[in-house]
Write a protein that binds this ligand. Structure first.
Ligand SMILES: Cc1cc2nc3c(=O)[nH]c(=O)nc-3n(C[C@H](O)[C@H](O)[C@H](O)COP(=O)(O)O)c2cc1C
Length: 179
């Protein structure tokens, strides 16, 4: 079997300019479904990333959220390049990451499917005009710092400008199900 170029470059200690289009040659044994279902074994919380662009509010359910840096405080999430909200989300200067609490499954579903999710939820606008979901477990308000390429997703890195938390229980996502 061919050795993966990244592994080879690590062994010989030389940098390698990785061509992602060639990636499949080295992972033929793994299907998309196998990858997705293995990833589903990683228990996550559920967030809704909200913003307002040209006075239009929008949000997307995402569980790709992760903390990155403490000083300065930075967090990331990734968004599919296929998303209808990709252009707005990757260019909005400010956004909020709302971590959902137990019982907010319908909000997660609304923001992953619905065309008018803000009609169905309670929220307020922060002092910089970003929608904040009522009874979220925690909220991170962010300033867009950098957008990186991540295959079929964009990795969105934000500088946290404020945060708050509650003592509520989290909404969890595991093997494709909420609990
Ligand atoms: C629990 C859950 C987590 C999700 N996480 C992500 C994510 O991290 N990134 C992403 O691009 N889409 C994620 N999605 C899918 C989006 O919420 C949404 O369904 C997708 O972007 C298609 O809708 P759109 O074209 O209106 O954005 C998630 C959906 C669910 C239900």
């Amino acid at each position: 079997m061919a050795i993966h170029p990244l592994l080879r470059s690590a062994i010989i200690g030389e940098p390698y300019d990785y061509d992602t289009s060639k990636h499949c040659e080295y992972i033929k044994s793994m299907t998309n479904t196998e990858f997705r279902s293995a990833m589903g074994c990683f228990l996550t919380g559920v967030t809704v990333v909200t913003t307002a662009k040209n006075e239009v509010m929008l949000g997307v359910t995402a569980n790709s959220f992760s903390s990155v840096s403490l000083k300065p405080p930075m967090v990331l999430w990734s968004l599919s390049k296929e998303s209808k909200k990709h252009s707005a989300m990757t260019s909005s200067k400010n956004y909020a990451i709302n971590i959902l609490s137990k019982g907010q499954e319908s909000i997660a579903l609304s923001f992953s499917q619905n065309k008018e999710p803000f009609m169905e939820i309670d929220y307020h606008l922060s002092n910089i005009g970003v929608p904040i979901i009522k009874n979220a477990l925690a909220v991170f308000e962010c300033q867009l710092h950098q957008v990186y390429d991540g295959g079929d997703h964009s990795i969105i890195l934000g500088l946290v400008t404020s945060c708050n938390k509650s003592d509520l229980e989290p909404l969890k996502f595991f093997r494709g199900k909420f609990n």
